[in-house]
Design a protein. Structure first.
Length: 112
């Protein structure tokens, strides 16, 4: 299991590459399984799809936690001025499936 410190993004004044400049709020630390590939990449710009399972900390607002996981694990760190840089973008969805159990699905694509 790995631990992820989940931060919800409060402001959205900057693009993803500079999102560390936006304000955020610590929501909680989530223990999750390693990512397992569910779909192999289909093309040079496709990074495939992955799934992970997590347990939410007790007493946390689940809607805020789901948003924090999407904000923390998704997006891109690309700071290039034009396309074709090859940077990865992650698209994350989080679903609540049990009392404190979450399923996190991630799709990866590359900027080519």
């Amino acid at each position: 299991m790995q631990a992820v410190h989940a931060y919800a993004r409060i402001t959205h004044g900057y693009a993803d590459g500079w999102r560390h400049l936006d304000k955020d709020e610590f929501v909680g630390t989530v223990k999750m399984t390693p990512a397992v590939q569910t779909e192999a990449p289909k093309d040079y710009d496709d990074g495939g799809a992955y799934v992970q399972y997590a347990r939410a900390p007790s007493g946390v607002n689940l809607d805020l936690l789901k948003q924090a996981l999407r904000d923390t694990m998704g997006g891109s760190n690309c700071r290039h001025e034009h396309d074709c840089c090859g940077c990865a973008s992650r698209y994350v969805s989080v679903k609540h499936v049990g009392s404190r159990r979450l399923v996190i699905r991630t799709r990866v694509s590359f900027n080519y």
